[in-house]
Design a protein around this ligand. Structure first.
Ligand code: G4P
Length: 199
């Protein structure tokens, strides 16, 4: 079992049927072993993709993304949710990302300087839920005519539509943890749910 899964079972808190609180190790306080082990798993999966850049969106994607980028020895680029005063409209790619969880739409942007058509971009994020964040990042990469090498996710909530939306676009997705359900105040991973069905 991956270290992240163990940590979810030990320290994750199911807030309701949709939301898992992981702020003691993933998106507020960051556990270094979770970062190290998760990064190793991403690299093992995507190692043959000749990645030139790792990309994420602020804030919680930054920690896993920087670890992967430094292991691959490539730059990490994060999309910003607030407009830097040093960047003008014509210098940036921008898109809208709607968060269903937070019921808020953010305009996100990156400088055109940091994405080029010859880039092979690995997108990393902490959660895949509705897929809006990942689709927004893919849109930015496509505007630059660069290639999306894949999407690496720490925690996928497989009962929400994010994975299906990315698969529809032919994206290669690797998630360290796939959660089938948060019902009855418990985390059920996809493998267990499938095993129970088979049984
Ligand atoms: P998406 O990320 O797949 O687009 O789905 P959604 O719109 O539902 O999620 C938006 C935000 O909510 C994301 O953070 C995501 O990380 C977070 N989120 C989604 N599901 C969960 C969950 O079960 N638990 C926790 N703790 N967070 C969840 P964000 O808006 O990018 O903000 P930030 O936290 O990275 O700053």
């Amino acid at each position: 079992m991956s270290y992240l899964k163990e940590k979810i079972l030990k320290d994750g808190i199911v807030l309701n049927n949709d939301v898992l609180k992981v702020d003691s190790f993933l998106n507020h306080q960051i556990d270094p072993t979770v970062m190290k082990e998760s990064s190793n798993e991403f690299i093992e999966y995507f190692k043959d993709k000749e990645i030139t850049k790792v990309m994420t969106i602020e804030a919680s994607g930054i920690a896993p993304a920087i670890r992967v980028a430094s292991q691959l020895d490539v730059p990490m680029l994060f999309a910003k949710k607030t407009e830097p005063s040093t960047l003008s409209n014509e210098d940036q790619y921008e898109t809208n990302v709607h968060s269903f969880t937070k019921n808020k739409t953010s305009r996100v942007l990156v400088s055109k300087k940091y994405l080029a058509p010859d880039d092979k971009v690995l997108i990393i994020d902490d959660f895949l839920a509705n897929g809006e964040a990942a689709l927004g990042l893919i849109d930015l990469v496509e505007q630059a005519e660069a290639e999306v090498a894949g999407v690496g996710i720490c925690v996928e909530k497989s009962f929400q539509p994010g994975r299906a939306k990315l698969e529809e676009k032919g994206i290669d997705i690797f998630s360290i943890c796939r959660i089938a359900s948060l019902e009855n105040n418990a985390v059920t991973f996809v493998e267990e749910a499938t095993a129970n069905e088979e049984y």
